[in-house]
Design a protein around this ligand. Structure first.
Ligand code: AHG
Ligand code: MN
Ligand code: MN
Length: 326
């Protein structure tokens, strides 16, 4: 069976929106370049850390900056792209005329970048929203307004996974031809799971709901859940979400005592929103604990939120732990 190319898929699916096709193709082209830079980083001297910090106060890696520049450069001329919002750039980048569009691209150029020096999977996360063209620069819209969101994962195979709102499709990049082809169509997150992913080293900071949830999972067959649970943590949200899309599970980066003042750990506009959009389009669920992530009203471009997403029934179970806590 021949697998459809990304271009064929996009032109067939978005026959009435060629400007969005161009933008998604530009993102795919940028991701192909980033995959190459990640793969060749040890030869190019691009591993290690720079001395600069991003707006979140995190030390940037050379590849964080390279990936940011690649996305900016490749997508900047995309028709209808009005602005870029990047994890690595404090201010919104409004594109200068003649660019006069209504698409905004939010992105995390390299997610999981602490994994770069140990050669584990990293990725690029992106979200596209449409703003009004009346000069109102309202880039802070809830995630429900996304028109496309996805990620590239730079693993053994480079893959591009995205959703236009209904269904989630995965395209693998052939290492010789560079072509993205539809290899994983209509991905679905299994409704139930016995696998969770959380950074357990933060247990001392967890609130009662998360303490009870994890304690009940690890209690196994003799505990209240009556079954054994498995745990995973790769410190790369792209890798965790990809695993959940492939075989189910739940991912938690909850609000805790240490990160509460900042609102959580992960960023709403270019981490939580796009991943929530994909997971929900695949039949899963995504919450902060009390609010659907896609309903969170943003107040700033780099705002953080608690994130709990994955298999729908398990997310609902966690929601119940929060309700019980009150
Ligand atoms: P980034 O590399 O873009 O800063 O994102 C890292 C994020 C996310 O990918 C991951 O889930 C989480 O941070 C890892 O956090 P810990 O360092 O607490 O493991
Ligand atoms: Mn990230
Ligand atoms: Mn990043």
């Amino acid at each position: 069976m021949t697998q459809r190319t990304l271009r064929r898929f996009l032109t067939q699916t978005l026959s009435d929106n060629s400007d969005l096709v161009f933008l998604i193709e530009d993102i795919a082209a940028a991701c192909r370049i980033i995959a190459d830079r990640v793969r060749n980083a040890p030869f190019d001297g691009d591993l290690g850390t720079t001395k600069t910090e991003n707006v979140q106060g995190e030390l940037q890696k050379p590849l964080d900056l390279i990936a940011n520049d690649v996305v900016e450069r490749v997508c900047a001329n995309s028709p209808r792209l009005a602005a870029l919002v990047s994890e690595e750039v404090e201010e919104v980048t409004w594109l200068k005329p003649p660019q006069k569009g209504d698409f905004v691209l939010y992105f995390d150029p390299l997610d999981g970048s602490s994994n770069l020096d140990v050669n584990l999977s990293v990725g690029t996360i992106f979200s596209i929203m449409q703003i009004t063209q009346d000069g109102q620069r309202d880039i802070l819209r809830p995630g429900r307004n996304q028109i496309c969101a996805g990620y590239a994962i730079y693993g053994p195979t480079t893959m591009l996974v995205f959703s236009l709102g209904q269904g989630v499709n995965g395209f693998s990049c052939h290492s010789t031809t560079g072509e993205f082809r539809l290899t994983h169509s209509n991905l679905r997150v299994p409704e139930t799971t016995t696998e969770f992913a959380i950074n357990a080293s933060r247990q001392m900071f967890w609130d009662g709901a998360i303490q009870s949830y994890v304690a009940d999972c690890v209690a196994g067959v003799s505990g209240p859940r009556g079954q054994y649970f498995n745990m995973r943590w790769t410190a790369s949200m792209v890798a965790e979400v990809h695993r959940i899309l492939m075989c189910g599970g739940v991912f938690l980066y909850p609000k805790d005592r240490e990160n509460a003042a900042k609102g959580g750990r992960l960023r709403l506009m270019y981490e939580a929103n796009p991943m929530a959009w994909i997971i929900q389009a695949a039949g899963g669920d995504a919450t902060t604990g009390d609010t659907q992530i896609l309903d969170v009203i943003p107040t700033e471009a780099h705002q953080r939120v608690p994130v709990i997403l994955g298999s729908a029934q398990e997310v609902d179970t966690i929601r119940r732990y929060y309700r019980r806590q009150g």
